[in-house]
Write a protein that binds this ligand. Sequence first.
Ligand code: GRF
Length: 198
Amino acid sequence: MQNLAPLKLGVLGSGKGSNFVAIAQAIQAGKINAQVQIVLSDVEDAGILEHARALGLRAEFIAPGRFRTKLEPQAEERVVELLREAGVELVVLAGYMRMIKAPLLEAFPSRIINIHPSLLPRFPGLESWKQALEAGACTTGCTVHYVDGGMDTGPVIAQSEVPVLPGDTAATLHARIQVAEHALFPEVIAKLAAPRRG
Ligand code: GRF
């Protein structure tokens, strides 16, 4: 039987939210059979929350607690509760800067995806564009992958290559990678949502 219902997304982000905007615009343009149910951030003044509110979406700050690289377990349990209440089927990490731990991993097995600014498995972790420059790489790119308990280690879904150009700075290379991200992430989500069209 065909399932025409839009895939229900929950988006987590810590930053300016340009990937979220690209996804929201692709949904509005009818390119993805999905809807954003809720946007959550561990950063109270994150741009992603402002963008979500401007679109009339539910957007909430989650106080992260005492750790820098992960949420306090209660905070992550609260995230799970909010995602479940919102009926979320796929969790989208769009610039979310903390590790995902058991509460969320166990609540959404194989249903959490992340965008990372390198061609994984090269340059996992922070500021991958700087890592690419420092390594003298000729190409880098971005990767959408399923999230597991490791750092940028889950199964790769899709990648997009980006050249490193002579004279590139960290800023120019990151900007070029972000252009690729804004195309790749919506494409992947569209494909994950597509089987629902039957
Ligand atoms: C992106 O470069 C993404 O790959 C990384 O964090 C950045 C988020 O940017 N994980 P934005 O908040 O979507 O603009």
